[in-house]
Design a protein around this ligand. Structure first.
Ligand code: F0G
Length: 456
């Protein structure tokens, strides 16, 4: 077992081990593919000393709060601030950090009115340094890659993981290799990886093909994989839930709703909730629900058609390119999380995603399409009576509005659904469109436009 010092406040020693999620085998080491040597299933990180630790939760909470006043890099990070619940470092300066986390929790009054849920919040992970929730996981996984002396890190990605990995590799003095599906990720995300200096390969396949290839690569070459199969990623992403509960004064919301792609983030949030409950940090578990795009609905089908017993993969197709994933690696972890928290799993159409994205934008917040599935899903869960009208709901917005300008421009110009079977149905969204207006550069023309807008 790795030896680590007691944390500064003496509350916990976050000594960790790897545990197989299927056979429960526990080990000190993980192989390059982060799979159980016995049954080949995924590993998760476990903290054997927590059982005996008898944590002083009041002390933990006050330590985390006090760190917000500190100016050291690890305390300024909204991830490492919670380091008692993360794999331990031997010294604070080992962390590769871009001051990730500490993201805002916004109220969504207009969306609350639309859905009929009066207390509706958005936890905006798109306000992380590279514009997505991936940074919270990447700071931890990149740190452990460097501690293991890897020169190269690599990932398959629909865009956000690669942007984040490239940034943290650059900050940590490592080289990075990106595998993305050619023509299927947004320029914004691709350009981030280029700027941060990655070797960026656009492969003629989809995300699932890229991930398959990466799995083979890590067994042949000394590269450290930074996809969410890597359990250090999920430990970092747990802090989203810690931070959220801290923002809610440790009162559990009734529901947390998260998009589902490769299903790492939902697994991480669920793990955090269960750990927080077990440690006594929160009195009860919120229900964690996962929403997928209808065209990338592997988990929905896995639950409905196979009772969660075996994965039903799909050929993924959706304009929400971040979640265009048909063979989610962490599906079993996600099924466990749904069972543990009593959450639901739903799917939403392309039109519903576009509408929800515009409604979140109209709050002055905005997000990328892959995040907007949460609001679209909430509407369904309210209709089904799964979310009750008096309950408190938190949507996890995973990516920044600026991540996918093509989608946003297409929506407002009115050509997002042109030539598709959704074209006529999309007319119902016209009231949400705000297309750019080209005018002669005269005062008259601008005043006329203003007057027209005032009437509409
Ligand atoms: N939202 C956004 C904005 C994403 O980029 C992703 C995944 C998800 C939701 C789904 O999260 O995979 O943990 O279930 N993006 C990937 C990537 C996989 O490569 O950037 P998940």
């Amino acid at each position: 077992m790795p030896t680590v010092p007691t944390s500064a406040d003496g509350v916990h020693q976050a000594v960790f081990r790897f545990r197989c999620i299927a056979c429960g085998d526990v080990s000190d080491e993980a192989g390059q593919n982060f799979r159980c040597p016995q049954c080949k299933d995924l590993l998760e990180i476990t903290y054997p000393r927590w059982k005996e630790a008898r944590s002083d939760v009041a002390k933990l909470k006050s330590t985390w709060r006090e760190r917000r006043l500190s100016s050291t890099p690890v305390d300024l990070s909204g991830v490492w601030r919670f380091r008692e619940l993360l794999p331990a470092l031997t010294s604070d300066d080992q962390a590769i950090t871009l001051r990730e986390g500490n993201t805002p929790l916004y109220e969504l009054p207009q969306c609350a009115r639309i859905t009929g849920v009066p207390r509706l919040f958005a936890k905006h992970q798109g306000l992380n340094p590279t514009g997505s929730f991936k940074d919270a996981g990447m700071t931890v996984a990149a740190t452990f890659a460097r501690l293991a002396s890897f020169r190269w890190v690599a990932c398959a990605s629909t865009g956000n993981t690669s942007a984040s990995m490239a940034a943290y590799a650059a900050r940590g003095g490592m080289r990075s290799l990106v595998l993305v599906p050619e023509g299927k990720i947004s320029w914004s995300k691709l350009s981030q990886a280029l700027d941060y200096g990655s070797v960026t390969c656009q492969l003629r396949t989809d995300f699932d093909g890229c991930l398959r290839l990466l799995q083979e690569l890590v067994l042949r070459a000394p590269v450290y994989q930074l996809n969410s199969i890597n359990p250090f990623r999920l430990e970092g992403q747990k802090t989203l839930a810690l931070e959220l509960l801290e923002q809610l004064d440790w009162q559990s919301p009734d529901h947390i709703i998260v998009p589902g792609g490769n299903l790492g983030n939902s697994s991480a949030i669920g793990k955090a909730l269960v750990e927080m409950r077990d440690l006594g940090l929160i009195p009860c578990l919120p229900k964690l629900s996962i929403i997928q795009a209808e065209g990338a609905n592997a988990l929905v089908r896995t639950l409905r058609e196979a009772g969660g017993q075996r994965l039903i993969s799909v050929q993924a197709e959706t304009r929400a390119s971040a979640v265009r994933i048909g063979n989610p690696a962490s599906w079993k972890k996600a099924v466990h999380v749904l069972e543990a928290t009593g959450g639901a799993c739903e799917q939403v159409t392309e039109i519903e995603i576009a509408q929800a994205k515009a409604e979140i934008g109209a709050e002055g917040i905005g997000c990328e399409p892959g995040s907007a599935v949460t609001l679209a899903g909430l509407k369904k869960l309210v209709k089904q009576g799964f979310v009750k009208r008096e309950e408190t709901v938190v949507l996890v917005l995973t990516g920044n509005l600026l991540k996918d300008p093509d989608f946003t421009m297409g929506f407002h110009r009115g050509d997002l659904f042109k030539g598709t079977p959704d074209e006529s149905a999309s007319a119902a969204l016209n009231r949400l469109r705000h297309p750019p207006i080209v005018l002669d550069a005269t005062l008259d023309a601008v005043i006329r436009t203003l007057e027209q807008a005032e009437k509409s």
